[in-house]
Design a protein around this ligand. Structure first.
Ligand code: ADP
Length: 737
């Protein structure tokens, strides 16, 4: 009897184990959604197991048979779900029904209640597997077997109580724990299967991940928290030229990071290492084994262990060396283009400026020429007109005197203009130099005051001169002529542009410099012209059209003179109220003066001595009739024998005829044969002759050229008798007694 119980128990246990294996191997093998067919098949397999259990009973208590159907069917409901469990319930119930007997309905009730409780537990406590699942299983086991106890009500009434009494103990202490144990077994299998699957998935994903890491141009590394290399992929080795051995367990920062980046990167990684779930992106270079630098864009993840500690860094780096190089070339190109653009802009600006300058100078030249032609024509008309009038008979002595005065005045005005033009030309050609000598500034001021007093008085203006320079400091070392020219020009302008009020000029002693001023209460200068009036040509534009005289060159010459002496000039003026010109000059000019050419310079004159030159023969070649006549006259007056011709060819002809000509005075610009050509031929005919050029040029180069190649000396036009005599005397000293 006892043996059969043990056998039945073993049988039940093995059936339950088979049931558990069925669960592990066919149900949870893969976690996929199972098909209806599978569920039905499993339902029938379970039914088979259930039927076997129903037939594997044992009799613990006489008259009452036991089996583990309640355990198996409730656990089936909990683990297999509706379809398989319902099939199980139906099939086993039918089998039990056909088995018949007194316990028929109780047996069916136990099957239905166990399966239903299992299913209800599954659906109403879906998370029972998490957390305290053992308590859940125990609770369900109690519920199932309480229900089983209740099922005794389906027995014939007289057997109910007796049966309940007999099964109470096994239900509480065998069936309920058995349900718990089977549940635990199933859960473990479930977990094992899940773990296996998770591992499988992990392996697969690891494999995939490794495939990704090893494929393509991506470097992947895993570093320990101290920077030691734990893993690196082949691509890193490939591009850096290291072997796996050379890299493994070495410090990433020491091996791959350029020295200049090391400190910064190390700090960044070490600081961020402590930050939870830190992810960052950055770009930095690494060194290859040969020292070449490669540029990478990095995606770094700071790894955190289960215990929430830093377990290192995983970085993925994309090689962007090529794009960086390209970027650099692009940047360089852009920079070059930008520089080029700047240069072009500058060139454009310069071109624009040059264009504007050219236009301006063209405009000014036209204005200058118009002004010049007016300034020259006016006195010329005066000279020619009144010279014509002088020819008339019956002129009274007073009229003749008046006409001659006008001619002389016009001549002076012409000369002034020509002097201005020559001065400007010399300044522009850089030929104007300083002639420094001692000069008493107070005497100069007084002289100017005295000189202009009558002119100022004629206009009824108040005229004053101030000097705060003491007598001891009045003697300075300067270019006297230029100081005189500057002051004269400014006072002349003041007179010219003032109709009523006053003119005041003076000098202030400012230690190393003297400050001069010329002030008037005249018409004033428009504000926008103040800057322009000192510029060359600009002042040629007539600001005040009502005042006729003046070529507009005075102030630019004045400014040039002031600056040559190391001073500055400025003007303050208000329309209608007057102007004040101020200029400074140093008390002592240090530069050693170089004598400069000046048309009107008063050089020591040598008085002509006609008696000493009786035998001297001079040829004058000049195409301008009046000049020819004039020169002939003055030379004849000095007692020379003069031959006048109007071209170079005639001069040459004359030299062939008269062998003892002493001097040839040749004009440079003559028709048919110019001075150069004539000089060459004359010299070939007469080697002792002195040839002197007359030229309108004043350029230093011209002089040198003429002297060395063609002429012995030269005279500037208009030729002044004193200069002419001086040169003649220089070359014919033997004739001077
Ligand atoms: P200009 O022969 O025309 O006087 P300047 O070079 O001496 O030539 O002067 C340039 C211009 O400056 C003059 O045309 C005139 O308009 C203005 N200017 C010079 N001095 C004075 C002044 N004292 N008062 C008013 N305008 C003046």
């Amino acid at each position: 009897m006892k043996e059969s119980i043990i056998l039945a128990l073993l049988q039940n246990t093995s059936i339950l184990l088979a049931f558990a294996m069925l669960y592990e191997n066919f149900w949870i093998k893969d976690n996929k959604e199972r098909s209806l067919l599978t569920k039905i098949i499993i339902g029938f397999v379970l039914s088979g197991i259930g039927v076997v259990i129903i037939f594997s009973t044992w009799q613990w208590v006489p008259g009452i048979v036991f089996d583990t159907r309640s355990v198996m069917i409730s656990i089936a409901g909990l683990f297999f779900g509706t379809i398989p469990t319902v099939i199980l319930i139906v099939v086993t119930s039918l089998v039990r029904f056909f088995m018949g007997g007194g316990g028929q309905w109780m047996g069916i009730a136990v099957i239905v209640s166990s399966g239903t409780i299992g299913l209800l537990w599954r659906y109403f406590r879906p998370n029972w597997k998490d957390g305290k699942y053992k308590w859940e299983l125990l609770a369900m086991g109690i519920a199932v077997h309480l229900a089983m106890a209740c099922c005794t009500l389906f027995l014939p009434p007289e057997k109910t109580w007796v049966t309940l009494e007999k099964i109470a103990f096994p239900l509480a202490f065998v069936y309920t724990p058995a349900t718990l144990l089977l549940g635990i077994l199933m859960i473990n299998q479930y977990r094992n299967a899940e773990n296996r699957q998770a591992q499988l998935r992990l392996k697969e994903s690891e494999k995939r991940f490794m495939q990704i890491l090893e494929s393509g141009n991506i470097v992947s590394i895993i570093l320990k928290p101290n920077g030691t290399i734990k893993y690196c992929n082949n691509y890193l080795l490939e591009i850096t030229g290291y072997t796996y051995k050379e890299v493994m367990d070495k410090n990433w920062f020491n091996l791959f990071i350029p020295p200049e980046l090391k400190a910064d990167l190390y700090e960044m990684f070490l600081i961020n290492n402590n930050t939870e779930h830190f992810i960052n992106n950055n770009q930095y270079q690494i060194l290859t084994k040969s020292g070449e630098k490669l540029y990478f864009s990095w995606y770094n993840t700071f790894l955190i262990s289960d215990t929430n500690e830093s377990s290192g860094i995983a970085s993925i780096g994309v090689n962007i060396t090529e794009s960086k190089n390209y970027e650099k070339t692009l940047r360089d190109k852009n920079r070059k283009i930008a520089i080029q653009n700047e240069e072009y802009k500058l060139i454009n600006k310069k071109l624009q400026e040059a264009k504007e300058k050219a236009e301006e100078s063209e405009r000014l030249k036209s204005a200058f020429l118009a002004n010049m032609s007016h300034e020259i024509r006016t006195p010329m008309n005066g000279i020619l007109g009144f010279a014509d009038l002088l020819r008339e008979q019956n002129l009274t002595g007073q009229e003749q005197e008046q006409y001659l005065n006008i001619i002389e005045k016009s001549g002076r005005r012409m000369l002034n203009i020509i002097n201005d033009i020559i001065s400007i030309s010399k300044i522009e050609a850089g030929l104007m130099t300083l002639s420094i000598q001692e000069s008493n500034i107070n005497t100069q001021m007084n002289y100017i005051y005295t000189f202009f007093t009558p002119e100022v008085a004629q206009k009824n203006l108040q005229f004053t001169c101030h000097s705060d320079v003491s007598a001891e400091r009045a003697t300075i070392y300067t270019d006297k002529e230029k100081v005189y020219a500057i002051l004269t020009n400014l006072v002349k302008n003041a007179i010219k542009y003032t109709e009523k009020g006053f003119i005041e000029f003076g000098v202030k002693d400012k230690n190393d410099t003297f400050e001069f001023y010329v002030k008037d209460s005249g018409i004033g200068i428009p504000k926008d012209k103040l800057k322009d009036i000192f510029e060359r040509f600009i002042q040629a534009e007539r600001i005040d059209q009502t005042i006729n005289q003046g070529a507009g060159l005075g102030l630019s010459i004045t400014k040039a003179f002031v600056e040559m002496m190391g001073g500055t000039i400025s003007v303050q003026s208000e329309i209608g109220k007057g102007s004040c010109f101020t200029f400074t000059i140093p008390r002592e000019i240090q530069n050693q003066p170089i004598p400069y050419l000046e048309i009107n310079s008063k050089k020591d004159r040598i008085a002509p001595d006609p008696s000493s030159h009786k035998t001297t023969k001079i040829i004058i070649a000049e195409d301008d009739d009046s000049s020819l006549k004039y020169l002939t006259l003055i030379l004849k007056k000095r007692g020379y024998e003069v031959f006048s011709v109007s071209s170079g060819a005639e001069a040459v002809e004359l030299v062939t005829q008269i062998k003892d000509i002493d001097i040839a005075l040749l004009d440079i610009q003559m028709p048919i044969m110019d001075g150069y050509e004539a000089s060459k031929l004359i010299r070939s005919l007469n080697s002792t002759i002195t040839i002197i050029a007359q030229t309108a040029f004043v350029h230093e180069n011209d002089k040198t050229l003429m002297l060395h190649q063609y002429f012995d000396d030269y005279l500037s036009k208009p030729v002044k008798p004193t200069d002419l005599f001086q040169i003649i005397d220089k070359y014919l000293p033997q004739n001077v007694n």
